[in-house]
Design a protein around this ligand. Structure first.
Ligand code: NAP
Length: 307
């Protein structure tokens, strides 16, 4: 059976990644788009999700690409209508919302998929296998990028529930919680919040593995010039560096893999399989680390930031 999908929120990630990835994935077709401002080519168009669900669109699955603040209401609406749901990351604005969605998807007997695209970066699986054979001694994360380049004209990202620098930072945490084979906890955090914004522009987070290996993470949105998406892991038997957001792998300084980004096609293959089994795949570990950093972190006001 080919899944007939409807996409909601025709913004940057929908156009850059979802549309091309769906087009090259067997087992799923895009038949409808719900957008307040745009129109999808060659599909039925609706002004919002409610209209898509009420109309005779024929969608079996709904792909939610809006900002996190509105994801819960939309996901609930789609699940209650008996649709399978694909959630962009982060899967919600709060942990309790996502837990409620998991319970609802179970009751409805449909698929709920929390997509963590960075986990599908080319070198992540190999890094995970390498770490599984060793004892982790220290991890250092640097996720530093230029917000003006990557998030122009996105006011929601600076508002409460928009995550600020944790919008990219949660990608690092999704890789961390995939490659480290034991629980990770947050010890402390410093969150730098511009005086004219609700969400942080910079964050320093101290974490640890359950067996005590320290993990430090630095997220910064003020990086101009070369951008940095690195995770360095020291073990009892060598060191690993994942860079380019998980697409490049170095072991003891020697490059092992450098592959192009194929994250979204891999996620859609996963979604097709999940829908075939009516299965749920929602890991809240990255979101819980963000929530914990906000819970125990010091919120430090910093210079106003103009986009
Ligand atoms: P975006 O360009 O601002 O697009 C979001 C779209 O959601 C808007 O264009 C709008 O589409 C719709 N929308 C519905 N309610 C909205 C509201 N209250 N405020 C603003 N937009 C609303 O954002 P994006 O970069 O695509 O990011 C969307 C989600 O994807 C975020 O959760 C983000 O973390 C995730 N993501 C983004 C990237 C990236 O590189 N940009 C990468 C991975 C994941 P309509 O006008 O069609 O209604």
């Amino acid at each position: 059976m080919t899944i007939r999908a409807g996409l909601v929120g025709l913004g940057k990630i929908a156009r850059d990644q979802h549309l091309p990835a769906i087009a090259k994935t067997d087992g799923i077709d895009l038949i409808a788009v719900a957008s307040r401002n745009a129109r999808g080519d060659g599909v039925d168009n609706y002004p919002d999700l409610g209209a898509m669900l009420a109309g005779d669109s024929g969608v079996d699955a709904v792909i939610l690409c809006q900002p996190p603040q509105v994801r819960y209401a939309a996901a609930r609406q789609a699940l209650l209508a008996g649709k399978h749901v694909f959630l962009e990351k982060p899967p919600g604005a709060t942990v309790s919302e996502v837990d409620a969605l998991i319970a609802l998807a179970r009751r409805q007997g449909v698929t709920l998929y929390a997509s963590w695209h960075s986990r599908y970066a080319a070198a992540v699986a190999q890094a995970k296998a390498w770490i599984a054979q060793r004892k982790v001694e220290r991890i250092s994360i640097q996720w530093r990028e230029d917000v003006r380049h990557w998030h122009p004209g996105q006011p929601w990202i600076w508002e409460a529930g928009g995550f600020g620098v944790f919008d990219p930072g949660i990608n690092a945490l999704s890789i961390l919680t995939e490659i480290v084979p034991e629980p990770v906890t947050v010890l402390s955090a410093n969150l730098e919040v511009p005086v004219n914004k609700d969400a942080p522009i910079g964050a320093a987070i101290a974490m640890a593995t359950a067996s005590g290996a320290p993990i430090d993470a630095l997220f910064d949105w003020r990086q101009t010039g070369p951008q940095t998406w690195d995770i360095a892991v020291e073990t009892d038997n060598g060191s690993l560096l994942l860079s380019e957001g998980g697409n490049t792998l170095r072991l003891d300084g020697e490059i092992q893999m450098k592959a192009p980004d194929e994250e979204y096609p891999a996620m859609y293959r996963r979604f097709v399989d999940l829908v075939g089994d009516r299965a749920i795949d929602v890991d809240t570990a990255p979101l819980r680390l963000v929530a914990d950093a906000f819970l125990c972190g010091r919120h430090c006001p910093t210079t106003a930031f103009e986009d």
